[in-house]
Design a protein around this ligand. Structure first.
Ligand SMILES: Cc1cc2nc3c(=O)[nH]c(=O)nc-3n(C[C@H](O)[C@H](O)[C@H](O)COP(=O)(O)OP(=O)(O)OC[C@H]3O[C@@H](n4cnc5c(N)ncnc54)[C@H](O)[C@@H]3O)c2cc1C
Ligand SMILES: NC(=O)c1ccc[n+]([C@@H]2O[C@H](COP(=O)([O-])OP(=O)(O)OC[C@H]3O[C@@H](n4cnc5c(N)ncnc54)[C@H](OP(=O)(O)O)[C@@H]3O)[C@@H](O)[C@H]2O)c1
Length: 612
């Protein structure tokens, strides 16, 4: 039965928008119940998008138009048996589009979603799974008691139970899921697996949770604001800074790992992993440091998650002369910060986020800094981005207007990637207009600036290629006014004293920083599993938009992230804090379902078009 959440008795008649949504949901549910894919698809507009996060497809999948929708309904309707569609708040209408928040059930779980209706039918439809029936998380009314009242000679305290689990897990009891990489991604997933009762271990080669952030250059602060950065279950407190300094985020992650009771093995490095197709389990070799040195441990999880970081595998160019250069050279991920370089000549290769952050901090201590730009960069001033780009979803203003972080995540998820750039383009046109003086100054300095291949700006660049931009927190002005010098071109070699460019010029240097970005995450699969498995799985990240550094064909979702891959039992997790928070839910539910032996027929497993 479909209906608006609150019965209308005693209230005004439902609005026209609510009536339209109720009618659509009832028709859709009836078509599903009658197992009639064409009728269900006919309720969608000719140009339409259905994005499903696990609820129907056991996959992250977007299908398009009536054909695509009919095919997905045909493949999933029996196993999903979706029903009980209803709105969860009053639908709204603007510019001929009705917006509705919905909930529904499937045979095995409960879902939430969103619908945009036009005169022609559904334009966008989002369905997401948020819990499995019979495996609901112990929270709210169902939270654990903690205390065990009464008298019990066999009493086991909370900490004794935790200690027993710590001792058993990985020795007498195998984890069902092993997560390699305990950065923010692995930690958030570990917290969700704990709540879902999935036996897990998260391993990280660092000594303490948060060390990945601690190890980065000392001036680093998040470029994303606090409302965007919450971890699952536990929001930052109201006095948390808008832009977290890196060591503060690190301490939060360490505390979070502890209080969320993630089974976390620090100082543990994964050496190799192989999958036994017959036994359907992994053999993973780990080195775990302890007081008596390093011990080799072999685990046999059924599921292996690589949460080793999309910005974790440094891309260091190999250049002639690197062996003869007399100065110091390192990748941005190894850059310690500026203190040792006062008065030194520094050449920073690259012109995006890392390059700007590092150039700015070096200039502040009095280094002589040159940035080498090879191709154009997209820059947005932080204040403007916070106001025009993120303000409606992730800000104090958004919270005050009822847009919680959870709701903002769902609004963001409800926009299909195929048309997301159309929503972004006007935002960046407004940014360009507001900061026209800034862009004029920057371009007058010779800096090559772009707005993305189709003028859709920063978020699309991030989703498509994870690179190519700088959120300006001040260093752009240093380039614009010449305080940080700018050179252009391809580096051809290093000499004993500096960096040579393809126009024959040479930049003298005491330090060369390669702010040259990071490689695809399936490079980790090649290192830890095998090149064959890495290529079988294919490139990780990107949408297939056929824009720079994101080759087609169109995928509809981010390649290989948080969803089944071509290698059974292998998953990738990561991204920025927003993605880690939101998508860890869907990954955790997919893992939980498998741990419980539920049937999880995957619809539309992604094909591989690009290797590493
Ligand atoms: C300089 C910089 C600034 C950034 N700023 C922001 C920002 O403002 N906001 C934002 O949302 N995102 C930001 N990002 C992007 C992203 O949030 C970070 O890269 C973040 O650290 C990703 O988290 P992760 O858990 O996916 O990976 P990581 O934090 O990179 O964690 C991966 C972990 O895997 C471990 N590991 C790798 N290999 C092994 C192995 N073989 N065995 C054991 N452990 C292993 C590593 O030790 C590491 O701790 C930034 C990235 C960089 C590089
Ligand atoms: N404070 C923050 O929030 C912060 C700070 C730093 C990084 N990050 C995040 O980390 C990720 C990576 O950013 P990033 O700046 O490190 O990398 P990036 O965006 O990939 O930029 C790499 C830069 O290096 C250049 N480059 C690569 N190989 C080169 C070569 N062989 N010769 C010359 N130039 C070369 C690139 O030029 P081409 O374009 O020509 O290839 C580009 O300018 C992003 O997601 C970013 O948001 C965030």
């Amino acid at each position: 039965m479909t209906q608006t959440l609150e019965p209308s008795a005693g209230r005004d008649e439902p609005s026209a928008a609510a009536q339209r949504v109720d009618r659509w949901l009832a028709d859709f549910e009836a078509a599903l119940a009658d197992r009639d894919p064409e009728r269900a698809a006919g309720l969608f507009a000719t140009t339409s998008f259905w994005r499903d996060l696990v609820a129907f497809t056991w996959n992250l999948k977007t299908v398009e138009n009536r054909d695509g929708i009919a095919e997905m309904v045909r493949a999933t309707m029996d196993s999903t048996d979706a029903h009980g569609f209803h709105t969860t708040e009053e639908p709204t209408e603007a510019d001929g589009v009705v917006d509705a928040w919905i909930a529904f059930e499937t045979a095995v779980g409960r879902g939430r979603g969103h619908l945009r209706l036009t005169d022609e039918g559904a334009w966008t439809f989002l369905t997401t799974l948020y819990e499995l029936k019979g495996h609901e998380e112990p929270q709210g009314e169902a939270r654990p008691m903690g205390a065990e009242h009464g008298a019990n000679r066999e009493r086991v305290t909370w900490s004794e139970a935790r200690e027993a689990e710590r001792t058993e897990m990985g020795t007498t009891r195998q984890p069902y899921v092993l997560v390699i990489g305990g950065g923010q991604g692995g930690i958030a997933l570990g917290a969700r697996l704990r709540q879902l009762g999935v036996p897990h271990v998260v391993v990280d080669r660092h000594a303490r949770p948060g060390d990945q952030w601690r190890s980065r250059y000392k001036s680093l602060c998040l470029h994303d604001p606090v409302w965007y950065d919450h971890l699952p279950y536990l929001d930052f407190p109201r006095n948390w800074p808008v832009f977290s300094p890196k060591d503060k985020i690190a301490d939060w992650l360490e505390m979070y790992t502890k209080v969320m009771e993630v089974n976390y093995w620090s100082s543990t490095t994964c050496r190799s992993a192989t999958y036994d197709e017959t036994a359907k389990e992994w053999t993973v070799v780990l080195d775990r440091d302890g007081p008596d040195g390093s011990t080799e441990i072999t685990l046999h999880p059924k599921q292996l998650v690589l949460a080793t970081g999309m910005s974790g595998k440094p891309n260091v160019p190999e250049l002639p002369g690197q062996d003869v250069f007399a100065g110091e050279q390192h990748h941005s991920s190894q850059h310690p910060g500026p203190d040792a370089y006062k008065g030194k000549r520094v050449v920073v290769i690259g012109s995006n986020n890392s390059a700007f952050d590092i150039c700015g901090a070096l200039w502040e201590v009095g280094a002589d800094v040159t940035m080498v730009q090879r191709s154009s960069t997209h820059i947005v001033r932080s204040d403007t981005l916070m106001d025009l780009g993120l303000g409606d979803l992730y800000s104090e203003r958004a919270v005050a207007s009822g847009v919680t972080t959870q709701k903002a995540d769902m609004i963001f998820a409800s926009l299909p990637y195929r048309i997301m750039h159309e929503f972004q383009q006007p935002v960046y046109a407004a940014i360009r207009e507001r900061d026209q003086d800034f862009y004029d100054r920057l371009e007058a300095s010779g800096f090559r600036h772009d707005w993305g291949d189709d003028d859709s700006g920063l978020f699309m660049k991030y989703l498509r290629r994870g690179s190519g931009y700088y959120i300006d927190v001040g260093a752009a002005d240093l380039v614009a006014n010449g305080d940080v010098k700018l050179a252009h071109g391809q580096v051809t070699e290093l000499t004993e004293t500096g960096v040579k460019l393809d126009d024959g010029s040479e930049l003298p240097a005491d330090l060369v920083v390669y702010a040259t970005g990071y490689g695809s995450m399936n490079g980790w699969a090649a290192d830890l599993i095998s090149p064959e498995v890495a290529d079988k799985v294919g490139k990780v990240w990107g949408l297939g938009s056929a824009t720079s550094k994101d080759p087609g064909p169109w995928e509809g979702e981010q390649r290989n992230m948080w969803k089944p891959t071509q290698q059974e039992g292998l998953w990738f997790h990561g991204g920025n804090l927003h993605q880690s928070r939101h998508y860890s839910l869907y990954l955790a539910l997919q893992l939980k379902a498998r741990a419980e032996g539920l049937d999880t027929p995957v619809y539309g497993l992604q094909e591989v078009h690009h290797t590493r």
